[in-house]
Each structure stands twice: as C-alpha cells, then as structure tokens.
Design a protein around this ligand. Structure first.
Ligand SMILES: [Zn+2]
Length: 263
C-alpha cells in the first residue's frame, strides 16, 4: 500500500511481506515459527528482528544464541534476520530510542504485515513488546519524526539493509494471541510444523537442559510438548491439526468474498 507519495510507492515494491519483532532469539520461533515457515514456503519475504542480544539469558552467550538463531532462520526458510542491541530486560515502549530503533527498521524493510511476538506474559520484555511494536508502527508513519537505524547484525551476513524510507505505513499490525484468549485469525501450521521443530532444535542452549545448565521454563523437558499442545488447541478451534493464533484491533477491507474459510 502507499499514500500517494512516490517514495513510499517505490518502497512498496521493495518491501518485505512480514516482519516479526521479538525481544530475544527463540521467542518468535516458539510463538509463531509455524506461521513464519508457512508464509516463507509460500514465497513470502519474511524477516525477523530480535531487539536484544539476550545478554541476561540464564544460559548461552549472546554469540552462541546468535549462531543458533542463524540455524533456526535457515530451518524456517525466512529471507533474513536482524538483531539490535537494545538492553535485555528493559524493553519499553516509553523509551524513545527504542521506538526509534524499531521504527527505523520498519522504514527500512517496509513490511506489509508487522507481527509482535511472543505472547505478552511473564518476562517483562515479553509484556512490553506489543505496546512497543504498535507505537513504532505508528511513529514510522510520521515523516517529521526522525529515526536512525540502530546498531544491527544481520543474517545472512551479506544481507543488504536498505536505507530507511521517509515514512512507512504497515498494512496490518498483529500480536500473538495468548492461550485462552479470543484470536482474530488463525494460521494453519500443520504443513510447517516440522520446520518449526527443526528451528527450535537449533536452540540447544535455550531448550535443552544440559549438565550445568540453569533450569528455566523453556529448558524444562516437557516444554516442547506444551508448545505443541497450544497449537493443537488452536488447531482444534480452527478445525485443523495444528494452528497458531493472532490478535489485532484492525479488520480487513474486502472487495469480494475471501478465499480463506472462516472457523
Ligand atoms: Zn524472550
């Protein structure tokens, strides 16, 4: 979409289809990796943005986690991944430099859809992410608000990071729907479940409780079973084996009856 501005009209052809923003590596894969892999398999240009390097993580160094993220990105089949160096544990929509960092990446990658992950529960960074992403999406529209790209590392290392457009308007902004709440849309991830699991297996420092590892919620041996139970529960609601679910305060504007079925 564009606003009639020739700069953004040109950018629309160069932009990515979906950008998923998360605080830490592995958040997006756990919450919505099936969706990312499914859309990528359909030829969509899917990118991830990790906001922090995970320096406060209980296990794994930032460099180990970045190497794992590279493997997971390849397993998902996504087009690219960026990682900023915002302060782990202190993600906040109230800090202008953090809003600017996300807004600048939005203006650079120019996504149609913007997705905040993971489920906003428990970890303070996870609780902060929906508000930060919504605010950055709005501020990215305001050409009079300057936003410079933050320090970033990229996967693949050769990935070109375009200069930010003067402004960018995302078509849709979505969050991952918490279990038990009412989603606005489901994605059938039955076909892409194997890719999601392959991506999760890349995160050995996070999801495996090796000797000497500090115990966490996600290296608890039953955690991956829980992830699958969530998707089976969404799938039960949607009438497919496995689904992921999302929420948004927007609604699509139709020009015809959609091809998608309603559940
Ligand atoms: Zn996280």
């Amino acid at each position: 979409m564009n606003d009639g501005n020739p700069d953004t009209a040109t950018a629309a052809r160069a932009g990515v289809d979906l950008l998923c923003v998360s605080p830490h590596t592995d958040d997006a894969e756990i919450a919505c990796g099936g969706t990312l892999a499914r859309f990528a398999a359909r030829g969509r240009r899917v990118w991830l943005l990790d906001l922090t390097r995970g320096e406060l993580g209980s296990n794994g160094t930032p460099d180990e986690r970045w190497r794992e993220a590279a493997g997971a990105s390849a397993a998902l089949g996504i087009a690219g991944r960026l990682q900023a160096a915002l302060p782990d544990g202190f993600i906040s929509a109230e800090r202008p430099e953090q809003v600017a960092a996300v807004a600048a990446v939005i203006r650079s990658l120019r996504p149609r859809w913007l997705l905040a992950a993971p489920v906003p529960r428990r970890h303070p960074d996870h609780q902060a992410i929906p508000a930060l992403v919504r605010k950055a999406a709005f501020m990215a529209r305001l050409a009079s608000w300057p936003a410079a790209l933050p320090e970033l590392r990229a996967w693949p290392a050769t990935a070109a990071i375009p200069a930010p457009a003067p402004l960018w308007i995302c078509e849709a902004v979505l969050t991952v729907c918490p279990p038990g709440e009412r989603p606005n849309l489901y994605v059938d991830v039955t076909e892409s479940w194997a890719a999601k699991l392959a991506a999760l297996r890349c995160y050995a420092t996070q999801l495996e409780r090796a000797d000497g590892a500090r115990p966490t919620v996600i290296n608890e041996p039953a955690f991956l079973d829980q992830v699958e139970r969530w998707s089976r529960a969404w799938g039960f609601q949607a009438g497919v084996p496995l689904a992921e679910a999302f929420a948004t305060d927007q609604a699509p504007l139709l020009e015809d009856l959609p091809a998608e079925r309603w559940v």
